[in-house]
Design a binder for this molecule. Structure first.
Ligand SMILES: Nc1nc2c(c(=O)[nH]1)N[C@H]1C(S)=C(S)[C@@H](COP(=O)(O)OP(=O)(O)OC[C@H]3O[C@@H](n4cnc5c(=O)[nH]c(N)nc54)[C@H](O)[C@@H]3O)O[C@H]1N2
Ligand SMILES: Nc1nc2c(c(=O)[nH]1)N[C@H]1C(S)=C(S)[C@@H](COP(=O)(O)OP(=O)(O)OC[C@H]3O[C@@H](n4cnc5c(=O)[nH]c(N)nc54)[C@H](O)[C@@H]3O)O[C@H]1N2
Ligand code: SF4
Ligand SMILES: [Mo]
Length: 749
């Protein structure tokens, strides 16, 4: 096999089950079946059985019921009324979940990369052969370079099984893109301030809030279910919404104040708000006195950061900054300055989120009704297994002295450390990839592909043929969440809850659940002791019995509320609280950041602006899709087939662009989108920026509905601004211009 790993368009060899799939799919009414604007087929008069699940279409993990008819066909998924994540209602994506099951483009059987007549291709393999081959390859890499040269990238429920496998082998290089590409800066900022993470779901007490401040958080397009529902209730109850966004988002359209900020300047606005609260003497004196550390230092720090100072940077008028600060103070402590979720924007993200954390402390919203509740999660004991060996090296050794405040491994960091350099004695040599489409997920796609080209081995566990699977040496087809058990959901909420996922139907084709794949692979690698059960149901039943439930009970109810053990939902007046920070207080001045030589209080720094003729590329979510994972889902493509690029009318006029016209985007590094994208002319975006929804522009032809639909924002993100504090990858410093003619592509050699 050549060293260079070519993308393989999984050839005819991989399509064994397609004919069967297509026919049963058509029988089910094709892609019209679950479209949200049409009623799901009810099979009236027939007996429907229901099985509990929690949704895997995004990571809010709403609990629901999968309904199956007497022919064992999935007819719908609906929310579980008892679940606080969804309150009985799924979002359009969750409702469309069965489309993932019925998608005839699914991966169907294990595949192994082979070379045939000098060309690379995949051939079908039995599970036993593919597992045996993978075990052999991973052991070879372990023997040659050490087990810690193997990394796991994961996103999703099955990551834990492969994590245990890898830890058992001797590596804890386990990274999810949800840290360095998503909420990492937020968690580091919150730990520096409050001594604990925000976590997921965010403990935002939106249902009782009187004022919700959204900085970029585009709730309503970001469809995190419970939040959307609570925000809509809060609006009905008269809460003030303040949205800061260069784009008139859905949230902005529900807001009393829309602050169309100049991108990359939010920190100046936050500091000015802090200034107003302090210098107008309208901060929460009780809370600040009782719980915080460093107020005088902060007061001095923001002395000159007036609304007038911020106006010059943000383009938000001083009186608007004052008025909105007063709105927050009036609502306090029932006010939420939302910490955000995808916060890897400009490379100084930890500091920006720190400013939001500080603002919340000045308002006294942490631990207050209508602010942030004190969350609690259920704890299930781990089953006993031999201790994991201590790894000799970790990903941190590739970054001596850097990113010490990263609480989790950096997916981007491991990717970069896979490309050999002279100053590192060992680079990563093998990847296990579970449920993350790295070429579209990590910024700088060329860099990711280069890293992959240096690997000796890569195994991918996925449900769909995606960009990542095309580069794999072995592909394991996982069955969808509707066809499998997974670990019990124990995410925190106002009360601790359990939620069960169980299969509603047998796995389609020759696909298998993640736990089974990891366990079998472990057995073949001599690591079976780390999976001390024959079937995951044994583990689940044992765990559930430790907390007074059982698998049998959970199969009937799906969701169970446990009693809170950790006290009240909010702090009581005068309550003594020890925060897990160096001072034991909420740190307005961060001792932890100071000790690492970072600004202990946030300082605004100017970011580069788009050059002439270029516009800042910003991106976000559409309510009916999740990242790149749903772009081929038949039910969801029915709702939205492709993305478009939002362009301000002034800019459109300058370029002579029309709505619906196809353009190609070219970025500051001369990278052009593979596919064209339709122009959408709208006042809803500032003239200095363009906006597009992430997750489109798929280049794998096996995605019959998604291939070539819309353009990929990921392709345009070649410039990355790394957060020096925790290694987050700021992705919004890329600038694009328009090409109205199809670019002539260089002939590939
Ligand atoms: N350009 C750009 N990059 C981004 C973002 C952005 O907005 N723009 N967003 C960032 C954020 S916030 C995040 S959280 C990450 C998300 O990053 P990812 O989670 O990597 O996002 P997806 O593109 O949805 O890729 C998910 C992969 O998992 C597969 N999959 C889905 N369900 C299952 C399953 O049940 N089992 C298995 N084994 N595989 C499954 C899908 O087929 C797909 O290949 O991306 C980050 N990267
Ligand atoms: N439907 C749907 N919902 C989802 C997801 C999904 O894939 N689909 N993914 C989930 C995940 S993992 C995450 S992390 C979240 C992400 O969603 P959020 O955390 O809510 O939002 P972001 O992706 O950070 O930001 C998107 C918004 O920021 C605005 N923006 C861009 N630049 C700036 C700026 O400089 N300043 C300000 N103030 N605003 C700016 C954009 O216009 C856009 O409205 O969504 C979650 N919810
Ligand atoms: S918010 Fe929607 S996609 Fe996410 S878990 Fe809930 S129903 Fe599924
Ligand atoms: Mo995310």
């Amino acid at each position: 096999m050549s060293n260079r790993r070519d993308f393989i368009k999984i050839s005819a060899l991989g399509l064994g089950g397609a004919a069967v799939a297509a026919s049963s799919y058509n029988l089910m009414g094709g892609n019209k079946l679950f479209a949200a604007d049409k009623k799901p087929l009810e099979f009236r008069g027939h007996n429907l059985k229901r099985f509990p699940t929690y949704c895997e279409i995004c990571f809010w993990k709403c609990a629901g019921w999968t309904y199956v008819n007497e022919n064992n066909e999935i007819v719908k998924v609906v929310g579980n009324e008892e679940d606080p994540h969804c309150n009985g209602r799924l979002c359009p994506r969750g409702t469309g979940g069965p489309g993932m099951y019925y998608d005839q483009d699914r991966l169907k059987t294990p595949l192994i990369r082979v070379e045939k007549d000098g060309k690379q291709t995949f051939r079908e393999a039995s599970w036993d052969e593919a597992l045996e081959y993978t075990a052999k390859k991973l052991k070879e890499v372990g023997e040659k370079h050490g087990p810690e040269c193997i990394a796991l990238f994961n996103h999703g429920s099955g990551g834990k099984y492969f994590g245990d496998l890898l830890k058992g082998f001797g590596s804890n290089n386990i990274a999810a893109p949800s840290f360095a590409q998503c909420r990492g800066p937020r968690e580091t900022a919150w730990i520096a301030t409050y001594g604990e993470e925000v976590g997921s779901p965010e403990p935002t007490d939106i249902r009782d809030t009187r004022c919700l401040v959204l900085i970029g958080s585009h709730i309503g397009e970001n469809m995190h279910n419970g939040q959307v529902q609570e925000m809509s209730d809060a609006i009905d109850k008269g809460a003030t919404i303040i949205t800061v966004d260069p784009r008139f988002s859905t949230a902005a359209s529900k807001s009393k104040y829309w602050l169309p900020i100049k991108p990359a300047t939010d920190l100046a606005l936050l500091l000015a708000w802090i200034h107003v609260l302090i210098y107008e003497d309208i901060y929460n004196k009780y809370f600040v006195g009782q719980y915080t550390y460093g107020f005088d230092l902060l007061k001095d720090h923001v002395k000159n950061m007036t609304p007038e100072w911020a106006y010059g940077k943000t383009t938000i008028k001083p009186d608007v900054i004052r008025k909105t600060a007063r709105e927050m103070a009036e609502a306090a402590p029932a006010v939420i300055v939302h910490p955000g979720r995808h916060v890897t924007w400009y490379g100084d993200d930890t500091q920006r989120v720190r400013a939001a954390a500080i603002l919340n402390a000045l308002l006294g919203s942490w631990g207050s009704r209508g602010g942030f509740y004190l969350k609690e999660s259920a704890h299930l004991p781990s089953i006993e297994h031999p201790p994991f060996p201590k790894p000799r090296r970790t990903w941190r050794d590739a970054y001596p002295g850097q990113f010490k405040l990263a609480t989790l491994a950096l997916a981007s960091g491991i990717c970069d450390a896979t490309i050999p350099t002279s100053n590192r004695d060992c680079s990563f040599k093998a990847w296990i990839v579970y449920g993350t489409n790295l070429p579209l997920t990590l910024p700088n796609m060329q860099n990711t592909l280069e890293a992959i080209s240096h690997l000796e081995f890569m195994v991918v566990i996925d449900t769909m043929p995606m960009e990542i699977t095309g580069y794999a040496d072995v592909i394991f087809p996982e069955c969808t969440y509707l066809e499998r058990y997974d670990l019990v959901r124990t995410s925190p909420h106002r009360d601790p809850y359990l939620a069960l996922r169980m299969p509603a139907v047998e796995p389609k084709y020759n696909s298998k659940p993640g736990w089974w794949i990891a366990k079998k692979l472990a057995e073949k690698m001599g690591l079976g002791d780390y999976f001390p059960y024959n079937d995951i149901t044994e583990l689940l039943d044992w765990q559930l019995k430790q907390v007074g439930s059982s698998l049998e009970e959970m199969q009937k109810i799906g969701v169970k509320k446990l009693d809170r053990k950790g006290g009240n939902l909010y702090y009581t007046r005068g309550e003594d609280v020890e925060f897990n920070t160096p001072s034991g207080k909420i740190e307005l001045f961060s001792n932890e950041l100071a000790a690492e030589n970072f600004d202990p209080m946030p300082v605004f720094k100017q970011h580069p602006e788009p050059p002439a003729g270029f516009y800042r590329l910003i991106y976000g979510r559409a309510p009916m899709h999740t990242f790149s994972r749903t772009a081929n889902n038949p039910n969801l493509t029915d709702l939205m087939k492709e993305n478009s690029v939002w362009v301000n009318p002034k800019v459109a006029k300058l370029w002579g662009l029309k709505t619906g016209q196809n353009v190609w985007l070219k970025n500051q590094d001369d990278v052009v989108t593979t596919f064209p994208i339709k122009v959408r002319i709208t006042e809803r975006i500032r003239w200095d920026s363009v906006y597009m929804v992430h997750g489109f522009g798929h280049s794998d032809k096996l995605l019959s509905r998604a291939y070539g639909k819309g353009a990929s924002d990921s392709e345009m993100i070649t410039h990355v601004m790394v957060d020096p504090i925790m290694g987050g990858t700021g992705m919004r410093g890329n600038f694009i211009t328009f090409l109205t003619e199809k670019p002539v592509k260089e002939v590939e050699s």
